[in-house]
Design a protein around this ligand. Structure first.
Ligand SMILES: *Cc1c(COP(=O)(O)O)cnc(C)c1O
Length: 386
């Protein structure tokens, strides 16, 4: 077999390896507590499912324009205006098969061999691999826990070279739950404008925030940064719609047109039925979100409190998303070994930090019921005592 170099450079996901092992154990009848979930545990709201059923009933089951139906693009424009004070017209929007697909497309049309892409670390597992798939070079920038895992201006400055094409930002962050404030983003935006670097801002967790934290979009400061920014977002996390596969991207018309072109030759349109469901999600009642975030808040507080009491563990308190990034240096084990041992011996599944670039951390999701969290925390506590 001779595969293309492009794909050979892309690593297999450590995240998936652990998840697969946990699944197999479950199948074998072992009671595994999983903190691996990368998706909300709530059902998709009824009004959204009804909209999808209606679409099926009405026969809305055929090809749509490759970049999404006009009314969904309109609704997305309204959302950007209302939530982010960002003015876009529908020709600046492309709807894709999940935000992951949106991000992949953006990197494909912007980056090529010789380009460098700056990625603050810890990072979402897929960013560096997507950059490699575009034959560009990922340049990771280690952030510091004492800075709340937020990249500083100086850290960014040091990473910029003549080859820098793109900066990927993810606020709120997966895996740390860090959220940049407006001033920090403004400083970054000035640097990006000065050096003419594009910014891909992954805002998929924008509505999942705690402690009264506000979300800011880097595109919103002025025309200069707006013209360099691509905002990625979607309905997966906000409306518990991970399986529906609808994400979207907003940005300069030229870039969006190129993505439309790419999409028209690859996936074609995102699922027609899901587009109608996303339309309802964006335009319909938003009450679901505050209920979900209220639940997440209780779970986060409980998990932080319990993890803080476990020997060798040092959790970082997230102010966004639904993960706890927890330092494990004092256990003396690397993240992959610890995750494997926790799974084998304590029957608890966690995600090794190595996948996010930090081998002395693990990630625990609290997108799972309170009872499960309690049971899992008891097991972790017992295990560390032995
Ligand atoms: C979940 C996630 C996405 C992608 O979500 P989709 O399901 O593809 O819409 C993108 N970025 C981050 C950081 C995520 O955690």
């Amino acid at each position: 077999m001779s595969l293309a170099n492009r794909i050979l450079k892309v690593g297999a996901s450590v995240t998936l390896a652990i998840t697969a092992k946990a699944k197999k154990m479950r199948k074998d009848g072992i009671d595994v507590v999983s903190f691996g979930a990368g998706e909300p545990d709530f059902d998709t709201p009824k009004n959204i499912k009804d909209a999808a059923n209606k679409a099926i009933g009405e026969g809305f089951t055929k090809y749509t324009p490759a970049g999404g139906i006009p009314e969904l693009k309109e609704a997305i424009c309204q959302k950007f205006k209302k939530d982010n004070k960002l003015e876009y017209n529908p020709s600046q929007i492309v709807v894709s098969c999940g935000a992951k697909h949106s991000i992949y497309n953006a990197i494909q049309v912007l980056c090529q061999k010789g380009d460098e892409v700056i990625i603050p670390s810890p990072y979402w597992v897929s960013y560096p691999e997507m950059v490699k798939l575009a034959e560009a070079t990922p340049v990771t920038v280690n952030t510091k826990r004492e800075n709340g895992f937020r990249m500083t201006k100086d850290e960014l400055k040091k990473a910029i070279t003549k080859k820098t094409k793109l900066l990927i930002l993810n606020s709120p962050s997966n895996p740390t739950g860090a959220v940049y404030d407006k001033n920090e983003l403004f400083v970054i935006s000035e640097l990006a404008v000065d050096k003419r670097i594009y910014v891909l801002s992954d805002e998929i967790y924008e509505k999942i925030l705690y402690d009264g934290t506000n979300h800011a979009s880097i595109a919103s400061f002025n025309k200069k940064i707006y013209d360099l920014t691509l905002v990625a977002n979607g309905v997966s996390k906000t409306y518990s719609m991970t399986g529906w596969r609808i994400g979207y991207l907003a940005g300069p018309q030229e870039v969006i047109a190129a993505i439309n072109n790419l999409q028209s030759h690859s996936t074609s349109n995102p699922v027609s039925i899901s587009q109608k469901a996303a339309l309802e999600a964006i335009l319909g009642s938003q009450d679901f979100i505050s209920n979900m975030v209220g639940e997440f808040t209780k779970r986060r507080d409980y998990m932080i409190q319990r993890l803080s009491g476990i020997k060798g563990f040092s959790p970082f308190k997230p102010i966004g998303a639904f993960y706890v990034f927890c330092e494990i240096s004092k256990t003396g084990l690397g993240s992959v070994e610890l995750a494997n041992r926790l799974l084998d011996e304590a029957k608890v599944a966690v995600v090794p930090g190595a996948g996010f670039g930090w081998d002395n951390y693990i990630r625990l999701s609290f997108a799972t019921g309170m009872e499960t969290i309690e049971k899992g925390m008891n097991r972790l506590e017992e295990w560390t005592k032995q």
